[in-house]
Design a protein around this ligand. Structure first.
Ligand code: AMP
Length: 278
């Protein structure tokens, strides 16, 4: 059984005696097979695996999104048990943001466009909480999903700049059979929205196949993705991006690595997905 720990002190005490290397999987809970893949990779590469479950208020730019974010600790702990996780850290907010907490970690250019522009404050919230987690756990490896590609880039930048001793590992996106990237937020989709949601992946695959067919004009790929999204009336595109895979600046012509990415709303639910070329 995974031990469920609440305080910073309990986590530190547990880890002091734990065999190394230590692998960390930060999550916001409502665990699914995408998280499970991260946990499995962490288990395979470390002697001790720590999963954190914390719905981080600082990374939500919309209060409604925070309050309705799905939560079920019992279900999450059961999944962690199944996967033989050693420690689950599920702290109350004041154990992460201790009294007087007054630090914000802001990552520069790579956190500005796309999710950074659409969700003001989001990446400062992410970088700050991940800095706390890495500081507390002193992990050898920390595992993140490529589904949140920009998040991985932001965290890598932070780890490099702050000389954090943890290696950041990116894991491939896990999808449902129809191509929809697994996400805790998928639970909010109505049956019609759920049926329409694989259009994100179809749009990305259409752009990829045009690139593979020789298309090098970025605007043609953006148009191709928008055209696929337009086939689904329930899908409201927020952004459609073809960007440099290292800087995330929008490009005119494709010179890999290139990140194709999308943010699309279905009613009140906002989904993101991406595909890396090259
Ligand atoms: P979250 O609980 O949504 O904050 O996600 C926790 C971690 O799991 C993040 O590093 C996500 O990128 C990763 N993740 C979420 N969904 C998936 C997925 N479908 N495939 C792979 N990783 C994922």
């Amino acid at each position: 059984m995974a031990s469920v720990l609440r305080t910073r002190a309990e986590l530190r005490a547990a880890l002091a005696a734990a065999p190394r290397p230590v692998g960390l999987v930060p999550t916001m809970g409502w665990l699914h097979d995408g998280h499970r893949a991260l946990i499995r990779q962490a288990r395979a590469e470390n002697a001790t695996t720590v999963v954190t479950i914390f719905v981080n208020p600082r990374q939500f730019n919309e209060t409604a999104d925070y309050s309705r974010y799905p939560r079920s600790e019992a279900r999450d702990v059961a999944l962690c048990d199944e996967e033989r996780v050693d420690f689950v850290w599920a702290p109350p907010v004041q154990e992460v943001y201790v009294p007087g907490f007054d630090t914000v970690v802001t990552v520069g250019a790579v956190g500005q466009p796309l999710e950074g522009a659409a969700r003001p404050g989001h990446f400062a919230g992410v970088a700050t909480v991940v800095a706390v987690l890495l500081g507390l756990v002193g992990a050898d490896h920390a595992y993140f999903g490529q589904k949140d590609a920009q998040q991985v880039m932001v965290i890598r930048r932070m780890a490099l700049d702050l000389a954090l001793p943890t290696e950041i590992v990116a894991c491939p996106t896990v999808r449902a059979d129809d191509g929809l990237a697994l996400s805790s937020r998928n639970v909010h989709l109505s049956p019609d929205e759920r049926a329409a949601a694989p259009v994100l992946h179809r749009a990305l695959l259409e752009a990829r196949s045009r690139w593979e067919g020789g298309e090098r004009d970025a605007e043609a790929l953006r148009r191709a993705m928008r055209d696929v999204l337009a086939t689904q009336p329930l899908a409201v595109a927020e952004y459609v991006s073809v960007a440099d895979g290292l800087t995330l600046a929008e490009v005119e012509s494709i010179e890999p690595p290139t990140l194709l990415s999308l943010a699309v709303r279905f009613g009140a639910t906002r989904l993101i997905d991406n595909e890396l070329l090259g």
